[in-house]
Design a protein around this ligand. Structure first.
Ligand code: DSN
Length: 404
């Protein structure tokens, strides 16, 4: 019997094929990544870790028989991700998602009630960076560093808040921030603020920019951060999932925090797909892709600026940027623009902006990213043309709202 679900999958395939995809956290995986994900590996239970590892970290092995093949895949996957980021950091490839990776990373080095200093969701941070509604804000005490009046990370505020709150962990990383994050500067601040020879843990969640780091177009956090988490499905263009890297001395703590700390059986079909994505991310073609993502984003952003839009921070240095509609189209919410563009075959998401007055469900901004359409081969000129199409839709919508 053919399942009803395949009809919907076909509808979704057509939707993806027939729309312009500008959601900054989405991408299109290769057929090989899909093939690995849709394989018999989904049948296999393999709680635990391969007993012998390429990097010499001792692990006890699995709790199930029949893991000979998945052991090889998982070991290969770990080695490939170290190659992607040219690092000797230990890597755990089992986290099911970015939030799971963050949960395990915190658990590896923090106790409930410890203090995390991170970027606020409204300023471009992520739910799992300490939002009150999320586990991270419930288990840990979170304080947030600010952005300045132009939307740039206020590095002096990081130093001030470290002195004021003595956080146990400082987290860098964002889901809606269009500028280079200066990891070296944050590490320097942490070293300077160390008290009694002890500095806070430095964690980087590079989920959004990981593909740019891999492609050499964003500074790397390796060698600076103690723990680095990421997803594999955004700019890295792999399957939906997470990774945790850590300094080798934290390997046991991180592995224990993933399993048995916060997860059960790993998704071996996804780990296989992560290995395929890592192979792809090691290629010169991927470096070229990462460069084009950033160039295309800059071209599109400049087109919006030329048309008079307010871009948070006034530009972009990565794969995304935010339009603050409250400055140019105060009648419109991000939600209204998202819905209207949906009707015109352009997909993006509403987003809060610094100093947001509206709820996250309405929001005053929209977030635009170029990773997915660059995968489809779009050029800087194509992106500038899409910007003009979006402008036409926004102007028409604004007129309609004004006329009531
Ligand atoms: N929710 C994702 C995003 O869209 O940025 C981050 O996990």
């Amino acid at each position: 019997m053919e399942s009803k679900v395949f009809e919907w999958i076909e509808q979704e395939r057509q939707r993806q094929e027939n729309t312009i995809e500008l959601i900054a956290s989405e991408n299109f995986t290769s057929d090989n990544v899909m093939r690995a994900m849709g394989s018999c590996l989904t049948n296999k239970y393999s709680e635990g870790y391969p007993a012998y590892r390429h990097d010499g970290v001792g692990r006890k092995g699995r709790y199930y028989g029949g893991c000979q093949v998945v052991d090889r895949i998982e070991e290969y996957c770990c080695a490939k991700w170290q190659e992607v980021f040219q690092t000797d950091y230990h890597v755990n490839v089992q986290p099911h998602s970015g939030s799971q990776a963050n949960l395990a990373a915190y658990q590896a080095v923090l106790k409930p009630g410890d203090t995390i200093l991170a970027m606020d969701l409204n300023n471009g941070g992520h739910l799992s960076h300490g939002s009150a509604a999320n586990f991270s804000g419930k288990i840990y005490h979170t304080v947030f560093y600010d952005v300045d009046e132009n939307g740039f990370i206020d590095y002096d505020d990081i130093a001030r808040k470290i002195r004021q709150y003595h956080p146990d962990l400082v987290l860098a990383g964002a889901s809606a921030y269009s500028r280079i994050i200066d990891f070296a500067r944050i590490r320097e601040i942490l070293d300077k603020c160390a008290t009694g020879g002890r500095r806070p843990w430095f964690m980087v969640d590079m989920a959004h920019i990981a593909g740019l780091v891999a492609g050499g177009v964003h500074p790397s956090p390796f060698g600076l951060a103690d723990i680095v988490t990421t997803t594999t499905h955004k700019t890295l263009r792999g399957p939906r999932g997470g990774l945790i890297f850590c300094r080798p001395e934290l390997a046991g703590k991180v592995d224990g925090a993933v399993f048995p700390g916060t997860q059960g059986g790993p998704l071996q079909h996804v780990i296989a797909a992560k290995a395929v994505a890592a192979e792809e991310a090691c290629t010169p073609a991927f470096r070229d892709y990462a460069r084009r993502v950033v160039e295309n984003c800059d071209a599109m952003c400049r087109e919006f600026l030329k048309m008079g839009y307010h871009v948070v921070t006034g530009g972009t240095e990565n794969h995304l940027f935010l339009l603050d509609l409250s400055r140019t189209h105060p009648r419109l919410t991000g939600a209204m623009v998202q819905e209207e563009l949906d009707r015109h075959g352009i997909t993006l998401n509403k987003n809060c902006v610094p100093g947001e007055k509206r709820s996250p469900m309405e929001a005053s901004g929209v977030r635009i990213g170029t990773a997915a359409e660059t995968t489809r081969g779009k050029t800087a000129e194509d992106f500038a043309a899409i910007a003009r199409r979006i402008d036409a839709v926004i102007r028409e919508l604004d007129k309609k709202v004004a006329e009531g």
